[in-house]
Design a protein around this ligand. Structure first.
Ligand code: FES
Ligand SMILES: [Fe+2]
Length: 449
């Protein structure tokens, strides 16, 4: 892992430079809205505008958020634009080949200095009045600069830089908190479960085929929480998709619902669930035939190969999720309490032959692409939950997260605390951590005290 977190860039002193009235940042106590021990969730956490704004301040402005994959950057100037919460971000490779992340908002009048999705450049030139920033974020040129007062110093007006960028096995994350704990510590035992997807190939992974983006009516947590904890919906919600995929065309065998498995519950809000089977395999035939399972056992250990390597689901708190069986990695970008934008990449092993990469890509699109036979089912559920949650009475009726209460334990095989495959344990963990962060002042609040 490499980290570029050494100094706070000069321009960042601008954050909070003009003290704001407290009314602009009213924080609500969420302790009565999340009962993690009892397994009850108040629906206002999906609908309330004030809580949503608090999430921007206390969840997204202080958590490690996924930005992009290292294979998207090959030479200085390669860039990709994304979001951290609702903050627009430029991710780029600087002249020394370090990955850096900047707030994609011009220091002059605030428009995005880069409006392209991805590309390569030497300079980010704002199209409003022409201020120009280099790959290190420094303001290099200002048209008609002589019209500014004498003490105007370009050094003070560079792009705001995200102070922490860190890479875990090809995945680039960033965190606004200048004192954020290191990414590896924030992931903790989750790394073991991620490695089952990220570390199958000594050469590592890469993303292929661009980024798929689509909008869903639904709060971002509905998706993040489901990927952390919910195997329960698979047999019911995806019954027709499972039927299409089953060799007989008659649907999954009756014993599938009773399949054994585990669910990892992280104290940092992450979660991962997976069936366990000694002959666990990849669904796409070409991918299955490509892998040397004995070599994978050697590399990752039997437990990883028989569990989290293939069929499962996972969320890295708060908004990054993945599915190892088809290489789908995705971010649930919040777009208001009622809307999310899904950004999905297809991850493959670097040393896979091209035809195997392509087979995985096609399998991914068929199942979990924007119109994939599974993806459509999930989106429909989240939108359904959201569409009715604004009803006053509906909003007052709590949701049930009680499956598997008290089942969390160290199982002797999988790292950390685990529960059963069919359980809400990681969901309770997700919301426990969410509530903790929502009730604790963040770095930007401390600074102003
Ligand atoms: S807003 Fe960018 S140069 Fe004016
Ligand atoms: Fe699903």
């Amino acid at each position: 892992m490499t980290t570029t977190d050494s100094c706070e860039p000069t321009a960042n002193a601008a954050i909070g430079r003009m003290p704001r009235p407290e009314e602009l940042a009213t924080n609500l106590d969420v302790s009565t809205l999340v009962d993690s021990d009892g397994g009850l969730i108040d629906r206002s956490i999906y609908t309330d505008e004030g809580l949503y704004k608090q999430e921007m301040r206390r969840i997204f402005a202080r958590s490690w958020l996924f930005l992009a994959h290292t294979s998207q950057f090959k030479k200085p100037g390669d860039f990709f634009t994304t979001f951290m919460g609702e903050d627009p971000i430029i991710v780029t490779m600087d002249k020394k080949k370090s990955i850096r992340a900047y707030l994609n908002s011009c220091r002059h009048r605030g428009v995005r200095v880069c409006r392209a999705d991805a590309g390569a450049t030497k300079m980010f030139t704002c199209t409003y009045h022409g201020w120009s920033f280099d790959l290190e974020g420094a303001l290099q040129s200002v048209p008609n600069e002589q019209a500014y007062p004498e003490d105007f110093d370009k050094k003070d007006w560079g792009l705001i830089e995200v102070p922490n960028v860190a890479i875990y096995k090809g995945l680039i994350f960033a965190n606004w908190d200048p004192k954020a704990e290191p990414l590896e510590d924030a992931l903790g035992d989750m790394r073991y479960y991620m490695d089952a997807m990220l570390d199958r190939d000594p050469e590592g992974t890469e993303v292929i085929g661009g980024v798929m983006k689509w909008v869903l009516e639904g709060n971002w947590k509905l998706a993040a929480e489901q990927f952390a904890t919910d195997w329960y919906h698979v047999n019911m919600s995806h019954a027709s998709a499972l039927m299409v995929l089953s060799p007989t065309g008659k649907g999954p065998k009756a014993d599938i619902a009773a399949t054994p498995g585990r669910q990892f519950v992280s104290p940092k809000g992450h979660g991962a669930g997976f069936p366990t089977h000694p002959k666990s395999r990849f669904d796409a035939k070409a991918v299955h035939e490509h892998y040397d399972y004995a070599a994978l056992r050697e590399r990752l250990g039997d437990a990883a190969v028989e569990g989290p390597m293939t069929t499962g689901h996972a969320t890295v708190f708060p908004s990054f999720s993945y599915l190892p069986v088809n290489g789908s990695i995705r971010v649930w970008h919040p777009k208001g309490p009622d809307k999310m934008e899904v950004w999905a990449w297809i991850l493959v092993d670097k040393s896979m032959p091209d035809e195997v990469k392509d087979a995985q890509r096609l399998y991914n699109l068929r199942t979990f692409g924007p119109s994939g036979i599974f993806e459509a089912d999930d989106g429909e559920n989240w939108s359904e939950v959201q569409a009715i949650s604004h009803g006053f009475v509906t909003n007052n009726v709590p949701l049930n997260f009680q499956m598997g209460i008290g089942s969390e334990r160290e199982d002797g095989t999988y790292p950390g605390q685990t529960s059963e495959l069919y359980s809400d344990a990681a969901g309770r963990g997700f919301y426990r951590h969410w509530a903790t962060l929502m009730n604790e002042p963040a770095w930007h609040e401390n600074k102003n005290k």
